[in-house]
Design a protein around this ligand. Structure first.
Ligand code: AP5
Ligand code: MG
Length: 215
């Protein structure tokens, strides 16, 4: 019987799932597994597989269900079974949702809504450190320019944060997400949040929905 809580943060590119996952995790002692951050680290390894991953991500495509599930499952298996988890960016297809059910009990899911135009605008201002801590040069700047407040590492723009790749990511998301949401709606585990408010306002709404899972 699983005792840990497992929360999923989902949403289109730029909706703030990474930002909100980090805020909730810091407040309530959850560990975050972000498939995007995991893949960005894999992509730096210099192997043939790393080159394939890097090319797919830079074009804004999806990594295959088989590969991403294998990578995520390895990370989950390395963690103590009592540690509460947030998954940021997984699942993105119905098949991934079904695969996830075979290894872990999902407690609750949050889906953050955002329009395409707002997403494209936000992503043009995003900067990140290698550990995935995220800022925005317009709406959420770091205290010191180009330096991460959390770990002092240098901030930079992601390679896939160009308008073509972002629009490609958003189009894939649009195609796949209805079935993923249907999966969790049927299980009565889905909350939908409007992402077009300030970071603090969105965070307050998430805190209200997830109050039963806060420590
Ligand atoms: P991933 O890294 O997950 O990228 P993504 O899905 O494109 O989502 P983003 O990280 O771009 O957006 P976000 O919602 O986290 O927004 P953020 O909080 O940064 O995945 C990258 C790639 O990896 C994928 O394209 C794919 O190739 C691959 N991949 C990953 N998972 C996979 C899977 N399961 N299957 C297959 N392939 C997979 O916020 C955006 C910006 O807006 C920031 O600058 C932030 O400061 C700002 N901001 C946030 N909230 C607000 C607000 N309320 N108001 C104003 N600004 C805000
Ligand atoms: Mg993210």
């Amino acid at each position: 019987m699983e005792t840990r809580k497992v929360l999923l943060f989902m949403g289109p590119q730029g909706s703030g799932k990474g930002t909100q996952a980090q805020l909730f995790a810091r407040r309530h002692g959850y560990r975050i597994l972000s498939t995007g951050d995991i893949l960005r680290k894999e992509a730096m390894k210099g192997t043939e597989l790393a080159t394939q991953i890097s090319n797919t991500m830079n074009e804004g495509g999806l990594i295959s269900d088989e590969l991403i599930f294998k990578v995520l499952r390895n990370h989950i298996n390395e963690l103590p079974k009592t540690e509460n988890l947030i998954l940021d960016g997984f699942p993105r297809t119905e098949k991934q949702a079904v695969q996830l059910d075979s290894v872990i009990d999902v407690t609750c899911t949050i889906y953050i809504l955002l329009s395409v135009e707002e997403a494209v605008q936000r992503i043009s201002g995003r900067v990140q450190c290698p550990e995935g801590h995220t800022y925005n040069t317009i709406s959420a700047p770091p205290t010191e320019k180009d330096i991460c407040d959390v770990d002092g590492l240098t901030l930079s723009q992601r390679k896939d944060d160009n308008e073509d790749a972002v629009r490609h990511r958003l189009a894939i998301h649009e195609k796949e997400i209805a079935n993923v949401l249907g999966h969790y709606r049927t299980q009565q585990k889905l909350f939908t949040i409007h992402g077009d408010a300030t970071i603090d306002e969105v965070s307050q709404e998430i805190e209200a929905k997830l109050a039963p899972y806060a420590n």
